[in-house]
Design a protein around this ligand. Structure first.
Ligand code: 5GP
Length: 148
């Protein structure tokens, strides 16, 4: 995928946003959706996407990227708490040369534990029951922290 490629309405995240494909949602507001990565690089790997269509950092509107960062900032502490993670990574890839595989901008939040390497990018599909359980735990922590 080239950086200046037109937005593909049929990319996986566009389908998730339309409700054509399921996901484990952990947080949602007017401008963004956060859900579990189906091929997590560590337990608790969450993606934050804008609801408006945008392929990458070059084409996204300022208000949309601000909304994505606001949500990332809002939910990352709860993800860390829910997973008991010592640290976490916030990662965003632009173009296939950089490793981007889904052409709808997204922020990765990847919890990290000392001494444990992250898994391969977008390779091993998680056990769905396990992913659902982790998603529920994270969603509950986010909702508890936001209502505190
Ligand atoms: P990228 O490579 O574009 O930075 O990241 C795309 C991410 O989307 C990868 O981490 C990959 O595991 C995840 N992913 C790919 N397909 C799906 C899907 O159908 N559902 C969910 N929840 N995540 C997906």
């Amino acid at each position: 995928m080239h950086l200046d490629e037109a937005y593909d309405d049929n990319n996986i995240f566009a389908k998730i946003l339309r409700g054509d494909l399921p996901c484990f949602t952990v947080y949602e507001d007017e401008q963004t959706l956060a859900f579990m990565d189906i091929m997590p690089q560590s337990p608790g790997h969450v993606l934050v996407i804008p609801k408006n269509p945008s392929t990458n950092m070059l084409t996204i509107a300022e208000e949309d990227v601000v909304a994505v960062m606001r949500t990332t900032h809002k939910i990352a502490p709860s993800i860390r708490k829910a997973m008991g993670a010592e640290g976490f990574m916030v990662v965003q890839l632009n173009g296939s040369e950089a490793g981007q595989t889904v052409p709808h901008l997204h922020m990765h939040i990847v919890p990290r534990q000392g001494g444990i390497d992250i898994g391969f990018h977008a390779r091993d599909v998680a056990d769905m029951d396990e992913l659902a359980a982790i998603g529920e735990k994270i969603a509950a922590q986010i909702s508890a922290d936001l209502s505190a």
